[in-house]
Design a protein around this ligand. Sequence first.
Ligand code: HEC
Ligand code: HEC
Length: 269
Amino acid sequence: MPDGPYGDAIRRGSNIFTRTGLHVKDHVGNQLSCDNCHLDAGRRANAAPMWAAYGAYPAFRATTGSVSTLEDRIAACFTYSMNAPGSVSGKAPAPGSQVYRDLVTYMAWLANGAPAGERLRGAGYPRISKPSDGYDLNRGRVVFRQNCAQCHGVDGQGSRDGQGHTTFPPLWGRGSYNWGAGMAQVDMAAAFIKANMPFGRPGSLTDQQAWDVAAYIDSHERPKDPRQNGTVAQAARKDHAGEDSFYGTTLRGHLLGIGVGAGGAVEPG
Ligand code: HEC
Ligand code: HEC
């Protein structure tokens, strides 16, 4: 890592990336850090690495219907994946904030020498096609108990050390990503899981198991989608149409999407 101000900025960005709640706590409403999903401090191929993201923006995004800058893309992960607290203390950092500058400096350093303007091999989470008979929550629960619960807990809540730092991140409930996150969509979670989980044994699940367990974790209640102003049914039509997600469906007698902390209890696994 270089000395001087450049090195200082890289280190600030790296710290934000790996200890997000500690360094930018006003913009984090859950127990996650960026590197819980972008593994190995944003360096691992097929875990949406930051060296691949850096040169890939500005780019058109179907979710917003417009071109996103890298800053916009990071803001989206703050808003949904980090559940930035909209009504409590802050939302995603404001445009032009130092938080983005530090993160982008870190990404630029990781991307040193990588070509810009194209999608690099290892970018994103490689999509896996949907099995012909779809996915099944009961099978998913079995996959979860056998391959995931030892780290993430039978209740999906993960664990924290004595300082409150996340050792194993929660997969649903109050401390997890919200309903607007990419990871709340079954196809995206299946892609992430296939390439990256169980931690230390990536690629060991079949595609069917990855889809089943992705559906299982994403069939649990989590923080509300911050875009939802009216009813869940309205938000389902406006923001979740065509998605592979459980948003707005009723399972185990519970309307998914109401959100935890707003009368939506975390149901048992
Ligand atoms: C709950 C998981 C999760 C967390 C936490 C998370 N992200 Fe993401 N991020 C995603 C997903 C899912 C994508 C989309 C990947 C894809 O399309 O293949 C993504 C994409 C990105 C991209 C674009 C990558 C590309 O190649 O286009 C950037 C940049 C990014 N995230 C930055 C961040 C930053 C910075 C943080 C922390 C402030 C963060 N993310 C936290 C899940 C997460
Ligand atoms: C050996 C422990 C271990 C096992 C087993 C494991 N994980 Fe993980 N998982 C982790 C760790 C650690 C992270 C965070 C990665 C990091 O910070 O480097 C993580 C991150 C995740 C994330 C993204 C962050 C979040 O909380 O949303 C998901 C989703 C996930 N795991 C799902 C699964 C699923 C599904 C299984 C079973 C197929 C599984 N994991 C098995 C340790 C484990």
